[in-house]
Design a protein. Structure first.
Lengths: 247, 603
C-alpha cells in the first residue's frame, strides 16, 4: 500500500513542534482518516476534535497545507502526497494541544447577540405563515455548522487579533439570519456597529472562500448588514425620520 | 484525597443533543431552579446535528387525514407491539406542539404552498408526516435549541465526560466526571439527574454513529442499579455508504427513498416488490407507477416497498448481497437519478431536496447522484433499547434518575420509525425536564459520599498506572466481533461465542494503559469508554440470545419467524448484587381498550 507522511503540529505551549508520521493510504481516504490511523498506530494521545465524519458538525476544523479545511472532507487524492502534508490547528484561537484550539470565545460572542424575538402569531392557533421564497434566503445562513473556519481565515481576527471588538464572519452570518428572519422583530444593528465591529470588515471575501457550507458570507450576509448599519446611522433622512417618530 | 471541583445544581442534565437541551430548557423554565448541562463535545455538535430526514408529527399539513391516532398506530405497528403504549400515545399527541414550539424559537422549516410547515413521506408513516429542512433537519433542531437555550440561564459544561453516577442510599444525587481539555475532575451535585447521552453505535464496526456513541448513559444507569429494556433491538439502517472504505457506514438518508429513490440489484431488478410482509400487505403499491404517484402526493396511492420499515428493507438488501446480486462493493444500488424520466428539472429538484446527500457523494465518493446510482448497504444506526423509564415522567427505576432520547427505551419497541427519534427527543426531553424539576423541588438535601468520589477518581486514573496494551486495539476487536456475531443476522452459536469473546475482552480492557498526561488525551478517553462499550455489548448479546424469534430490528437466522411466545414480554437487564448481568422477561405494558380500538381502526 502507498504511504504518505503527515507533518502534524503536536504538543502544547512553547513545546509544540511539527512531527512527521507516516501511514498507509487507501482509496477514498480523507485527512481525518489518516489522523485516526496515526492515533491507533503510533500516537495514541494525538488530540483532535471530530464527530460526524461527514461535514455536518463542524468539529474537525484545521489547516491542511496551510488552508483552513474540514479534515473529514479533505480527500487525500486532492493533495500532493509526494511531499509531507502539513496539518495544523486553527490560528485565530488560543492553542490547547495538538490540533485542538480553545474556541470558547465564539460561544461567548454568540451569547452577547440578542436572541430571536418573533412577531405575534398569524393564526389563532398560535402559528405563523411564511412562504418558501421568504425563508430561502435565511435558510442559506442557517446551514452554518459553526466550524469557525471563516473566523480562522479572517485577517481581522487572525492577524489583527481584534477578538474583543470584532464578532467575525460567523456571527455576522448569525446576526443576518436573525435580522432577515421573516418573523423577527428585534433590532441588532447598533450592536453590530458597536460591539460587533462590522466596520472592520473590508470585504476581502476570504471567509466566503473557505466556508464548507458554501454560504455566500460576504455578499449575502455582511454587505446587506453593512448597508443597513449605514442607512440607520449615517443616512440623514433615516435620522430625521427617527427624530420625528421616536423609533 | 483526589483533587476535584464541585458544582451544585438542582437538576443536572447529562448530554446536550436534542433530548438534553430540551430537558434543560424545560427545567430552567422553573423559577429559581439551577440547571447544569454537561456534554462530551462542544455545544451544538451532538449527534442530533447529523439527523437528516425530519421529525415526525401528525400536523396534517399535507394530508388532512393524518392525526395522532394514525401516528400512534403506525408507531406501534412499526415497533411490533413491544412499545410502551403510554409513551407511543403521548408522543403522537404531543409531537405537533413540540414542533410548533421550535418554530416559535426561530426554526425555519420548509414550507407548504399555503405557508405552513411542510411534511414529507418516510418509511412506515402512513401519511406525509416529517417536518424537515431539506436533509439537514437535525442541524436546524439542535441550533434552534442551542440558540434558545443559551439565554435561559443554564450552566453549560462543554467537553466534560461523566464517568460515574453518585448515590446517597437509593437515590442518585450527582455525577462524577472530568473536563476533557485539562483532565481535571469534577463533582456535580444535583437533586435530580437526567441522562440524555444518546446511543451505542460505536460497539459495531460499520456504523453511522460518532465517537460519542459509546453507550455511556446506558452503562451509567446500569451501574447505578437501573433497568435497561429491549437491548436486543438495534436498528440497522438499510442505506449507509459502502464505498470508498473510509466512508463505510455513513448514512444515506431515507429521504432519498421518500423523494422516489428506488433500490435495484446488479441485474437492474427492483427487488423490494418481491417480499412484502403481511402486516403491510394492503399499504404497499402494486407497481412502480403507483409508488411514484405516492411519493408525488397522490392520496389514493400506496407507498412503494422501498418505504417499508427499516428492519425489513435492511434484510432484503442483505439477502440480495448474500445471493450474489449485489453491487461491486457489497451493497445494492439506490437510484434517485431515474426520476428524470418523470420530472423535467430532476437534477435541480434533487439538489434542492437532498443537498447534503448531493455533496456527501460528490465530495466523499466522487459520485454525482443526479446522474448515477449510489451504492448502499446496511449500517448500525440506532438503539431502540435503553434505560427503562416511567412513560409519563421518564424516571428510571432508580429514584432521582431520569432518561430521555435515544438512551431511554420503550417508545420504539422492536423497531423505530424514521423521524420518530427527533420528535421523541422533544416530547420526552420536555417531560424529563419537567418531572426532574418537580422531583428536585421535593427533595431534601443529600450527601455526596467521599468514598464513591475517591473510587471514581482512582478508576479514572488507573490506565496511566498500568502498562498493558493500547485501548484502540481492544476497541477494534470488540467492534469487529459485535458486527460479525451480534449484527444484522444472528444465531445461537455466534452469540454464545460473542459472550465468550466479551469475557476475554473485559480482561483486556481492565489492563489497557496509556501514556502522556490528562490534557486532551484521546487515548485516555478511549480507555474510559471501553467499560461502557463492553457493558452495552454484553446487554445486547444476552438479550438477543434470549429472544428466540425474529422481530423488528432483531433477526435470528435460527428462528426466522415471529413467535407468540415472545410477543408478550420485554427483555430487561439488571445488575445483580454479585455484579453479574441478570436478564428478566417482563410482561409488556398492556394496551387500554381505547388504544386497542385506535389500532384496529387503523389496521
Ligand atoms: C446520520 C444520522 C441521521 C439521522 N436522521 C434522523 C432523522 O432524520 N430523523 C430522526 O428522527 N432521527 C434521525 N436520527 C437519529 C437521531 O438523530 C438520534 O437518535 C438523536 O439525535 C439522538 O439524540 P439524543 O438527544 O438522544 O442524543 P445526542 O444528540 O446524541 O446527544 C448525546 C449527548 O450526550 C453527551 N454525552 C454522551 N455521553 C456522555 C458522558 N459520558 N458525559 C457527558 N456527556 C455525554 C454527548 O456529548 C451529547 O451531547 C439520525 C441519526 C444519525 C446518526
Ligand atoms: S470579508 Fe470581512 S469578515 Fe470576511 S474575511 Fe474578509 S474582512 Fe473578514
Ligand atoms: S459560516 Fe461557514 S465557515 Fe463560517 S462557521 Fe459557518 S459553516 Fe463555518
Ligand atoms: S467531523 Fe463533523 S465536520 Fe468533520
Amino acid at each position: 500500500m502507498p504511504q504518505a507522511t503527515f507533518r502534524i503540529w503536536t504538543g502544547a505551549g512553547d513545546d509544540a513542534v511539527f512531527k512527521d508520521f507516516a501511514t498507509d493510504v487507501s482509496e477514498g481516504m480523507v485527512v481525518l482518516d489518516a489522523i485516526h490511523q496515526i492515533q491507533a498506530e503510533s500516537a495514541p494521545t494525538l488530540a483532535c476534535r471530530w464527530n460526524c465524519k461527514a461535514g455536518k458538525c463542524g468539529s474537525c476544523s484545521a489547516e491542511v497545507n496551510g488552508k483552513p479545511r474540514l479534515m473529514c472532507m479533505t480527500r487525500l487524492d486532492t493533495l500532493d502526497l509526494s511531499v509531507p502534508v502539513t496539518v495544523e490547528p486553527m490560528k485565530s484561537f488560543p492553542h490547547v494541544r495538538d490540533l485542538v484550539t480553545d474556541v470558547s470565545w465564539n460561544f461567548r460572542v454568540k451569547k452577547s447577540i440578542k436572541p430571536f424575538k418573533p412577531r405575534k402569531p398569524d393564526a389563532p392557533d398560535g402559528t405563523w405563515r411564511m412562504q418558501q421564497a421568504d425563508v430561502d434566503r435565511v435558510q442559506e445562513f442557517r446551514k452554518c455548522i459553526e466550524c469557525f473556519l471563516c473566523q480562522d481565515v479572517c485577517h481581522v481576527l487572525r492577524d489583527h487579533h481584534k477578538h474583543p471588538e470584532f464578532a467575525g464572519p460567523r456571527h455576522f452570518v448569525y446576526t443576518a439570519a436573525l435580522e432577515m428572519h421573516p418573523l423577527d422583530t428585534e433590532d441588532r444593528l447598533s450592536h453590530m456597529k458597536n460591539e460587533g465591529g462590522i466596520g472592520y470588515c473590508n470585504i476581502t471575501k476570504c471567509c466566503t472562500k473557505v466556508c464548507p457550507e458554501h454560504i455566500t458570507i460576504t455578499d449575502n450576509a455582511i454587505i446587506p448588514l453593512k448597508e443597513r448599519v449605514v442607512d440607520e446611522y449615517y443616512d440623514p433622512l433615516t435620522r430625521l425620520f427617527k427624530v420625528f417618530t421616536g423609533k | 484525597m483526589s483533587d476535584y471541583q464541585t458544582h451544585e445544581h438542582d437538576v443536572l442534565v447529562i448530554g446536550a443533543g436534542g433530548a438534553g437541551l430540551r430537558a434543560a430548557i424545560e427545567a430552567a423554565s422553573v423559577k429559581g431552579l439551577s440547571v447544569g448541562l454537561v456534554c462530551k463535545s462542544l455545544l451544538g455538535k451532538a449527534h442530533t446535528v447529523m439527523a437528516e430526514g425530519g421529525m415526525a408529527a401528525a400536523m396534517a399539513h399535507v394530508d388532512d387525514r393524518d392525526n395522532w391516532m394514525v401516528h400512534f398506530a403506525d408507531t406501534m405497528r412499526g415497533g411490533q407491539y413491544l412499545n410502551n403504549p403510554v409513551m407511543a400515545e403521548l408522543h403522537a399527541k404531543e409531537a405537533p406542539d413540540r414542533v410548533r414550539e421550535l418554530e416559535a424559537w426561530g426554526a425555519l422549516f420548509d414550507r407548504t404552498r399555503d405557508g405552513r410547515i411542510l411534511q414529507r413521506n418516510f418509511g412506515g408513516h402512513r401519511y406525509p408526516r416529517l417536518a424537515h429542512v431539506g436533509d439537514r433537519t437535525g442541524l436546524e433542531m439542535i441550533r434552534t435549541l442551542q440558540d434558545h437555550g443559551i439565554h435561559q440561564g443554564i450552566e453549560v459544561y462543554m467537553e466534560h465526560t461523566v464517568t460515574t453516577l453518585l448515590k446517597d442510599g437509593d437515590r442518585v444525587v450527582g455525577a462524577f466526571g472530568y473536563d476533557r481539555e485539562r483532565g481535571r475532575f469534577r463533582v456535580f451535585k444535583a437533586k435530580a439527574v437526567v441522562l440524555a447521552t444518546g446511543g451505542i453505535g460505536r460497539a459495531f464496526k460499520i456504523t453511522s454513529n460518532s465517537w460519542e456513541y459509546t453507550g455511556d448513559g446506558h452503562a451509567l444507569a446500569y451501574d447505578a442499579g437501573a433497568d435497561l429494556i429491549d437491548m436486543e433491538f438495534v436498528q440497522f439502517h438499510p442505506t449507509g455508504m459502502v464505498w470508498p472504505p473510509s466512508v463505510r457506514g455513513i448514512l444515506v438518508t431515507e429521504g432519498v427513498r421518500g423523494e422516489g429513490g428506488r433500490l435495484v440489484n446488479k441485474d437492474g431488478k427492483r427487488f423490494m416488490f418481491d417480499d412484502v410482509p403481511d402486516l403491510y400487505k394492503n399499504q404497499v403499491a402494486k407497481d412502480a407507477e403507483e409508488g411514484w404517484r405516492y411519493v408525488t402526493g397522490d392520496k389514493n396511492a400506496n407507498r412503494p416497498p422501498e418505504l417499508l420499515t427499516r428492519d425489513h428493507v435492511a434484510r432484503c438488501i442483505n439477502r440480495e448481497v448474500k445471493a450474489g446480486r449485489g453491487s461491486p462493493h457489497g451493497g445494492v444500488y439506490l437510484d434517485i437519478a431515474w426520476i428524470k424520466e418523470k420530472l423535467p428539472n430532476a437534477q435541480e429538484h434533487i439538489k434542492k431536496k437532498l443537498p447534503s446527500m448531493y455533496h456527501q457523494f460528490k465530495e466523499l465518493a466522487g459520485v454525482d447522484i443526479t446522474t448515477t446510482p449510489m451504492e448502499v448497504g446496511p449500517t448500525t444506526h440506532y438503539v431502540m433499547g435503553g434505560v427503562r423509564v416511567d412513560g409519563v415522567t421518564q424516571m428510571s427505576t432508580v429514584p432521582g434518575l431520569f432518561a430521555a432520547g435515544e438512551c431511554a427505551g420503550g417508545l420504539h419497541g422492536a423497531n423505530r420509525l424514521g423521524g420518530n427519534s427527533l420528535s421523541d427527543l422533544l416530547v420526552f426531553g420536555k417531560r424529563a425536564g419537567e418531572h426532574a424539576a418537580k422531583w428536585a423541588q421535593a427533595q431534601k438535601p443529600s450527601n455526596i459520599n467521599a468514598a464513591q468520589v475517591e473510587l471514581a477518581a482512582k478508576q479514572a486514573l488507573a490506565p496511566f498506572e498500568r502498562s498493558g496494551e493500547n485501548p484502540y486495539q481492544v476497541q477494534l476487536t470488540l467492534q469487529d466481533m459485535m458486527q460479525d456475531k451480534v449484527g444484522i443476522v444472528r444465531t445461537e452459536n455466534d452469540m454464545a461465542a460473542a459472550l465468550d469473546g466479551l469475557a476475554a475482552l473485559k480482561k483486556r480492557a481492565a489492563a489497557v494503559s496509556i501514556d502522556g498526561n490528562r490534557e486532551y488525551n484521546p487515548g485516555w478517553h478511549t480507555c474510559l469508554d471501553l467499560p461502557n462499550l463492553l457493558c452495552v455489548s454484553e446487554a445486547v448479546a444476552r438479550c438477543a440470545l434470549d429472544r428466540r424469534e425474529s422481530r423488528g430490528g432483531h433477526f435470528r437466522e435460527d428462528y426466522p419467524d415471529k413467535s407468540k411466545d415472545f410477543a408478550g414480554h420485554n427483555t430487561v437487564i439488571r445488575k445483580a448484587p454479585d455484579g453479574s448481568m441478570k436478564l428478566l422477561r417482563e410482561p409488556i405494558v398492556p394496551l387500554t381498550d381505547e388504544q386497542k380500538k385506535v389500532i384496529d381502526a387503523n389496521k
